[in-house]
Design a protein around this ligand. Structure first.
Ligand code: SAH
Ligand code: SF4
Length: 412
């Protein structure tokens, strides 16, 4: 279902061109999501002469990531014969859009269905676009479901189905760009990037469904492609990876991907964090904060974001605020306060607005930037922590067990 509101001409054209995109073909190999070298080797495998493979890779890269085409037939500078050969071997199509919802505040959410990879069923994933005055942020999922069970998170109630491939992670970005008309150069003869047209997707956050550091290699490939200067070319400073605290993946994120880091902190002592963010039992606060201190490239201009969900009567006292400021001493940090977004069956309540402001003021006075994240897209369940697909619903028995666990303060 496509909800059509009052769309601009550009959006209408985009909707038409998105509708004309080719579907993903599960029986063919993927090209999207491969590194340049992997793509070169894949081309050689289907018979492209070795001497040409590098040049063909550059051409295809441009069509895929600058022009955003989903059909080899559109690749005008490649011979018909080779196009047919490519089409036989590879799919560069888009996932099915099961639903597109547009919030009254302009936030959009797409439910995408990816065909099975090998054995297994198709999976569904949610991706959210949040337009703001000076930027547009796309919130991308890394897994279907999550192995972790943070008590305040809707995704945490969905059992883990599988990791997304690098193709599926990137496809979320390509679909959003298709639907927003953010491949403005698709139809120009030279495919030149027009500086006068601002990008609609200017930022990416890996804050959708799943824990990105439990799918490191695929997330890495996708983000390196999204930031490749000859393709989508998003600045790494405008890409943020959020983790619940998978310590071994933190250094690698800075070292091998080089994007900005966000930590889902949510509690200032191990006792409470063990309960709210159970991975804390494996990687307690001290280890987590040491990893942050050693994050490659961190400095006052490139600070780490600490996300802190405001839960009424749980973590929102001024004592918590004081301990938070002390805990982060010495780490170039900003603190993002997230009003808790409820979901059906959630056990927490959002802190009172007045308390959130007092908390923010206190932290601010300690010298930390502490913006309060305005909830977006609540009417379409697109806000932080509300994402969940139906790919595999939790069984009633598991839901009851989880509810018991939560009310029993997180004992496993
Ligand atoms: N798994 C990663 C990334 C996805 S969650 C992580 O945990 O960091 C993205 C952010 O939304 C995290 O900071 C998470 O703690 C927060 N979040 C989850 N559920 C929420 C809810 N119901 N209300 C507000 N924020 C929530
Ligand atoms: Fe998983 Fe992040 Fe949700 Fe925790 S907050 S359950 S890590 S998606």
């Amino acid at each position: 279902m496509v909800v059509s509101l009052d769309l601009s001409d550009r959006e209408k054209r985009a909707t038409l061109s998105a509708a004309a995109s080719q579907p993903m073909d599960e029986n063919k190999a993927q090209l999207i999501g491969l590194t340049r070298e992997e793509m070169r080797l894949a081309l050689i495998e289907i018979g492209v002469p070795e001497k040409q493979a590098k040049m063909r890779t550059s051409q295809i890269w441009h069509w895929l990531y600058v022009r955003g085409v989903s059909d080899f037939a559109a690749m005008a500078n490649i011979s018909k014969v080779l196009r047919a050969q490519l089409d036989e071997g590879f799919s560069i199509g888009r996932p099915e859009i099961v639903e597109e919802q547009i919030s009254k505040d302009g936030t959009r959410k797409w439910l995408m269905r990816f065909p099975p990879r090998g054995a297994g069923n198709p999976v569904e994933v949610e991706t959210v676009y949040i337009p703001e005055e000076n930027r547009g942020t796309l919130c991308i999922s890394s897994q279907v479901g999550c192995t972790l069970t943070c008590t305040f998170c809707h995704t945490g109630t969905q059992r883990m189905v599988r990791n997304l491939t690098s193709e599926e992670i990137l496809a979320q970005l390509l679909v959003a760009k298709d639907h927003l008309g953010d491949f403005p150069d698709r139809d120009t003869p030279q495919g030149a990037i027009s500086p006068d047209r601002p990008r609609l997707v200017s930022n990416i956050v890996m804050m959708g469904m799943g824990e990105p550091l439990y799918n490191f290699e695929n997330v890495k490939s996708a983000l390196l492609i999204a930031s490749d200067p000859e393709g989508i070319s998003l600045s790494k400073r405008r890409i943020t990876l959020s983790t619940s605290g998978v310590v071994p993946g933190i250094f690698r994120t800075g070292d091998e991907i080089g994007v900005a880091l966000a930590i889902s902190l949510h509690a200032v002592n191990d006792e409470l964090r063990d309960e709210l963010v159970p991975i804390n039992k494996k990687y307690p606060l001290k280890e987590l904060l040491d990893a942050c201190r050693n994050y490659p490239g961190v400095n006052n201009a490139r600070r780490i974001t600490f996300e802190y969900v405001m839960l009424k009567g749980v973590n929102d006292s001024l004592k918590d605020a004081k301990e938070l400021a002390q805990l982060l001493k010495g780490i170039p940090a900003k603190i993002n306060l997230i009003p808790f977004n409820p979901w059906p069956g959630s056990v927490h309540e959002c802190s009172d607005w007045d308390q959130i402001e007092k908390f923010a003021d206190f932290i601010n006075a300690c010298g930390y930037a502490s913006p309060i994240r305005r909830p977006r897209g609540e009417d379409i369940m697109a806000a932080c922590g509300q994402l969940k697909s139906e790919s595999e619903k939790m069984r009633a028995r598991e839901r009851l067990a989880l509810a018991a666990m939560v009310s029993g303060h997180g004992e496993e």
